[in-house]
Design a protein around this ligand. Structure first.
Ligand code: 6GU
Length: 247
């Protein structure tokens, strides 16, 4: 998968050299390119923002540098088989909220481009113009405000990157994690079996795999109902098994 990130703080994205995502890059599974938007501002002060039409607080990112950098990225991308357009993700608190479903969908794409806005956002005409060549998706991490899209991009690239085959060493570990089945994950324990006068749940020592599976599933429901009741309401009836019941 190819990933391009455009930012006025490219140093923020240095973390993409680390850990699992860094290894995936070195292994050739991810081709990540970070672009400095200011390289596409051609005045003496490398200006990327200006005051908003209609007045109001803050500054708005100018269209010119954005159109230049996005055109360069598009032209440098190989023509895609089937004419599939790259996905342009615009991180914004005004976007659709990112979730595991979206991460799975994005992991199927060949080319993701992230446009990190700062200030009050990017001139809306850039977003409209981009639809000609990109599949444009404004995406938010959640209902709170960050100063810019960079931290959101780190989160999204990690969530998507780890779903690409070969990035996570043991693909089994993707199956039983939070949100993979619409529920939060069950609690886990390791040795010693008693610590600080606290034993682990007895069932986990029973050797009865069906019973353990049932206990874990019940714990998933208990946790989800307590911490994220919204997820219980969103469950597809078909995703429930015969043993599921109100916990
Ligand atoms: Cl994706 N960007 C910004 N600037 N703020 C956010 C966000 C994104 N998600 C939540 N708050």
């Amino acid at each position: 998968m190819r990933i391009d990130v455009v930012s006025i703080f490219p140093e923020y994205l240095a973390a993409l050299d680390l850990s699992l995502i860094g290894k995936a890059r070195r292994d050739g599974l991810l081709d990540v390119n970070v672009h400095d938007l200011r390289d596409h501002a051609h005045d003496r002060h490398r200006t990327v923002d200006d005051t908003p039409y209609g007045g109001g607080a803050g500054m708005v990112m100018k269209a010119g540098p954005w159109s230049e950098v996005l055109t360069g990225i598009r032209e440098s991308a190989e023509p895609r088989s089937g004419g599939k357009r790259p996905v342009l993700i615009v991180p914004s608190p005004a976007g659709a909220v990112f979730n595991q479903r979206m991460a799975y969908d994005l992991a199927e794409e060949d080319h993701l481009v992230f446009a990190c806005g700062r200030y009050e956002g990017i001139d809306e005409r850039v977003v409209e113009w981009s639809r000609e060549h990109f599949d444009v998706r404004p995406v938010s991490l959640g209902d709170y405000v960050l100063n810019g899209g960079e931290v959101a991009v780190l989160a999204m690239v990690e969530a998507v990157g780890r779903l690409i085959p070969g990035v996570v060493g043991n693909p089994e570990s993707l199956v039983e994690e939070s949100h993979s089945d619409g529920l939060l994950e069950y609690p886990v324990y390791t040795k010693p079996s008693e610590w600080n006068e606290r034993p682990i749940p007895e069932v986990l020592l029973s050797g009865n795999h069906a019973k353990i599976a049932r206990w874990r599933r019940d714990e998933q429901f208990r946790r989800t109902a307590e911490r994220r009741p919204d997820l219980i309401f969103a469950l597809e009836p078909e995703s429930l098994d015969k043993g599921d019941r109100a916990v």
